[in-house]
Design a protein around this ligand. Sequence first.
Ligand SMILES: C[S@@+](CC[C@H](N)C(=O)[O-])C[C@H]1O[C@@H](n2cnc3c(N)ncnc32)[C@H](O)[C@@H]1O
Length: 461
Amino acid sequence: MNQNPQSLLPLGDFKPADQWQTHINSIFYGMLGPAIHDHFQTYVSLDHRLAHTLAEEYYQQVKDQSVSLSTRFIQEWGVGNGNLAACFLSRLKELDTEQKIYPCIHYVLCDYSEEILKGVRANPRLGDHAGRFSTVRVDASRLDCFKPQSIDKIISNEIWDDLSTKVLLKHENTLYEEYLQPLLDPALLNIEFESFIKMFGEKDLPALQTLGPFLAAIQWEKSYQRVDIADWPYAKTIQVQMDLCAEEIPIPINTGAFTTLERARGLLHPDSQGYTAFDYGMHSLIELNQEGRPYFNLYGGQYTFMVNFDLLARVGKAIGFSQVEKEYQHLYVSRFMNEKVASVVEIMQNHPEVQRMAPWDRDLLMLQTLHAVNSTYKSPYKNKMKYPPQEGTPKKQRKLMAKLVDSLSSRGVPDTVAYVSESEIVSAFKPLRKLGYREKDLLRAFQSPPPAIAFTALNFR
Ligand SMILES: C[S@@+](CC[C@H](N)C(=O)[O-])C[C@H]1O[C@@H](n2cnc3c(N)ncnc32)[C@H](O)[C@@H]1O
């Protein structure tokens, strides 16, 4: 959205980045509920493969365990539309042919947004598991309301990037903290600016919901202030990492994620299967020190920070976890599928013409790619993919897109970020070649090194 910077007015003072980030995110999730996925997709919001991998791993871990638990509590934190829980439970039920594990499971979906939980309760895939799950409205920073040492497994996908994150920058060996200030053009509102500031400051969701869309129009001003981190949580661990970081590169410090690790440590029982969290960010110090890499993202108004996985692994050890394992998410899924995987969007990015295409032609190529892959791919779940045309799509392309969307197989690839395996792509070479892909382009998607900002799994036990 292009706006004249002179017409922008502040919605409040400059504050440390984490304060405005959590403020805006609670408004975003509180207002949108399941409609969040109109703004971003995740590896679990429609696809099943990451959830199935988790279920397979869990089943392998517990099937021969001698520990007898009348109920195995699994918690998921930050649950979106509930698809991860549904696919996890379905796969576990399928694997558990002797019915020793699934009947003992109670899966607790935890989220701080009532709108989100309403959507979860209406998810028909979860309906198949009635009695095996419940929902709890709770903030991820206040998970101490559950009984200590009562949980067998904790899962989260893409919640850390939403939680409190501070940003540090080293300049001439001195630390500076990033501050943010939100700004908005009052002309975009149909109420008095002062009334809006009050509603926004108080997070008055019912009142904000009566306004037109404004979240995506907020602009963010930045400044840096010298900071002493002595009273920050895990200050010593942060300092050790900052000493290894290059100067002038913004380093996210995911303090909200620190809290989830502390809570997980207290909630997991001694023989538990641990806490597995997936997110995207800098896998190691190498990526952290890469000049110019991004460190935050805005999706429809939501403010996310990339995850500093190296720091979280260090904090996990400081908290007392004895095992901390870090693995690229794609490799984690590949390990259980016994072959390499990539997302459909990564396949398409290797098309020789894609960089030169207009955005709507790229959408058409994506839909044609899905059709080609669907010639061999069969999903265990029924699904009708939505693929609305983006703003500015010409009439002709709109018509073509509608036709292609309409004829997509209900057992086809469920999402543009769904995982497909190398053998599924090899089997679809013929129709893919007709779209201009060369075999070497298609295989490159499975061989490329991970990007600077990558999806990663961290497991703490
Ligand atoms: C990016 S979405 C991811 C949803 C889902 N895990 C997925 O991958 O599709 C983040 C989720 O975390 C929830 N969330 C964000 N901040 C939270 C907090 N402080 N406490 C509890 N839930 C939170 C949001 O409501 C939303 O459901």
